[in-house]
Design a protein around this ligand. Sequence first.
Ligand SMILES: CC(C)(COP(=O)(O)OP(=O)(O)OC[C@H]1O[C@@H](n2cnc3c(N)ncnc32)[C@H](O)[C@@H]1OP(=O)(O)O)[C@@H](O)C(=O)NCCC(=O)NCCS
Length: 143
Amino acid sequence: MPWVDGTRTVTDTEKFIKSSKKQQRSKKGLQFTIKSKNKICGMVGLVSTDNQTKKTEIGYWLSSRHTGKGIMTKSCKALVEYCFNNLNLNKILIRCATGNKASIGIPERLNFRKEGLLRDDTVINGKFEDLILFTLLRKEWDG
Ligand SMILES: CC(C)(COP(=O)(O)OP(=O)(O)OC[C@H]1O[C@@H](n2cnc3c(N)ncnc32)[C@H](O)[C@@H]1OP(=O)(O)O)[C@@H](O)C(=O)NCCC(=O)NCCS
């Protein structure tokens, strides 16, 4: 992910928290920590929320010690419900690098549809990468 290199120090994380709070105040984003045994083990959040077209995008990461247990699928499911039931949004996007099987597993388990391939859509380790765009519409969500 493009933000990893810029997230190495406490100051970097403080800047992230500050920008997340700004996004939250302007209703353009919303970040949640995920806790296991009262310790933060990952994050899931909304970015690029557009309240006019009622669209948002979910992003996520988990500490490697907590993968393989379904934690992120459950967290994303809760966030999807929150988007449709509480934020009155209509469309949720998830973009995954074509080689990121673990990440692709999340929208697939939650019945997102594959909407297309975004060519050279991000830079990972200095290289352009294609991203798969998964989307879910409110009318497709059965709860
Ligand atoms: C993407 C990422 C969060 C996925 O983590 P994950 O642990 O595979 O996802 P989940 O927590 O939903 O767990 C799913 C795994 O647990 C298993 N599992 C066990 N119990 C489960 C349950 N009750 N429900 C769902 N899955 C369960 C699943 O079979 C799956 O394992 P598999 O891939 O071997 O089949 C993680 O790999 C990560 O943080 N990667 C780096 C950051 C990143 O790439 N972010 C995405 C950017 S788009």
